[in-house]
Design a binder for this molecule. Structure first.
Ligand code: UT7
Length: 392
């Protein structure tokens, strides 16, 4: 069987127009622009305004991604949304996105904290590599501002809202996802947590007074963890792809803190020119940070055909993940082998035939039921109806 690769053919992003600067935060909590820039590198972040939700941002980013890929929503076989800040517990953001986009495909939401997008990319890759699907829409979207205690300076200066999306398509050429590594260490879950609102600590007056619906974080613990796993995961993903550090053209890390990124790059021995950073304008947008950074890197011409990109993330869980992607030419027509090209058509034909068979059987059953109910009185009248038992 021809090996199937999954290639990124479309991309898009959306960030709310409302900007919250460090100067704005100085008026809200005991902090300073100087402290935030020196400790994190963040200068401003975007937060949702009226009418903007996780779903609306996801849909906006997805429309761009589909445009770039030259696809219609109906062409998509699967939608995966990575998020930790869904609009509702039920329905999932992914189903709302599927409906609002006008797609006709399965959809599910995946949660792996800020690492979610790389998890989703790896999941989409598996669906494509196995032949289950040909086109998957992968979204990272967050409205983290809704889970922020705007009186807690330890967290409120860090996060922002936004969404990024990519289209992944099956390809017979060895481009796209070359490898991935996924990791989780639940023992560190306590270091980055929303304690309340779920089944363990349901919504109540007490829970709200306890402010348990907000993100709580042990920054130092997460910092240490992040600097360690980013380097390790990057190397593991490179190793699995049969590449070395010299082969990396661009590292796109989770945009949480400039110091974390600089330390991880230093540990790896990777010059900062090969590392993409945009957190100064967006802050930490959790599962949206890597796709937003990917889209900006493309817009800035930092990614070209044949380049090896490594995306590496870490976050709540605690989780981490890295993937190596070999960039293919975006406009290149997908050269699917003949059998793949006709597979969807033959599938549609056989499904249509199955539907016709089903309806024919249903019609036949209805007709025979009607006929028997018409004939029953005649049989009874003519004494032809046999008694069911001797007492009848
Ligand atoms: O996606 C994953 C999500 N999370 C992360 O990636 C976060 C990882 N951690 C970090 O980025 C950093 O640990 C922080 C930026 C959160 C904090 O930086 P730090 O250099 O580790 O600071 P610290 O926690 O050691 O705190 C130093 C001081 C403390 O004061 P004291 O106890 O030394 O008097 C804090 O209370 O800085 C204080 N502080 C602040 N001061 C001004 C904490 N937040 C602020 C603030 N403004 N916003």
């Amino acid at each position: 069987m021809t090996q199937r690769y999954s290639k990124i053919t479309g991309w898009g992003k959306y960030v709310p127009s409302r900007v919250l600067t460090n100067a704005d935060l100085e008026k809200m909590v005991d902090t300073s622009d100087e402290w935030i820039v020196a400790r994190t590198g963040i200068r401003e972040r975007h937060v949702v305004g009226p009418g903007e939700t996780n779903t609306t941002m996801s849909v906006a980013a997805s429309r761009q991604a589909l445009d770039v890929a030259g696809l219609m929503p109906k062409d998509v076989d699967l939608i995966i949304v990575a998020t930790s800040s869904p609009d509702h517990f039920l329905p999932s953001v992914a189903s709302e996105v599927q409906y609002q986009l006008g797609a006709e495909c399965p959809a599910f939401t995946l949660t792996a904290g800020c690492t979610g997008f790389v998890y989703a990319l790896a999941t989409a890759h598996q669906f494509i590599a196995t032949g289950a699907y040909n086109r998957v829409l992968v979204i990272g979207s967050e409205v983290i501002s809704m889970f922020i205690n705007w009186e807690d300076r330890n967290t409120c200066v860090l996060f922002g809202d936004g969404a990024g999306a990519v289209v992944m398509e099956a390809s017979s050429q060895p481009t796209g996802v070359q490898s991935f590594v996924l990791g989780s260490d639940g023992s560190g879950g306590k270091y980055l947590k929303v304690r309340g609102g779920g089944c363990a600590y349901p919504i109540s007056h007490e829970m709200i007074e306890d402010k348990a619906m907000y993100i709580e974080m042990n920054g130092r613990k997460v910092f240490k963890f992040a600097t360690r796993v980013m380097g390790e995961a990057t190397l593991q993903a490179l190793d699995k792809a049969g590449l070395t550090l010299d082969d990396i053209d661009l590292l796109i890390p989770h945009q949480a803190n400039l110091r974390i990124i600089q330390l991880a790059a230093r540990h790896l021995g990777l010059p900062m020119e090969k590392v993409f950073v945009n957190l100064d304008r967006y802050g930490n947008t959790s599962a949206a940070s890597i796709p937003i950074a990917l889209v900006e890197a493309l817009e800035q011409g930092r990614i070209r055909e044949g380049m090896n990109i490594c995306m590496v993330g870490f976050g709540g869980g605690l989780t981490w993940a890295a993937t190596v992607v070999r960039w293919g030419q975006p406009a290149e027509p997908v050269e699917w082998p003949l059998v793949w090209r006709f597979a969807p058509t033959s599938h549609k034909v056989s499904m249509a035939a199955a539907k016709v068979r089903l309806h024919a059987r249903q019609l036949a059953d209805i007709a025979s039921y009607r006929a028997s109910s018409l004939l029953l009185p005649l049989y009874t009248f003519a004494g032809l109806r046999k008694p069911k038992n001797k007492n009848d």
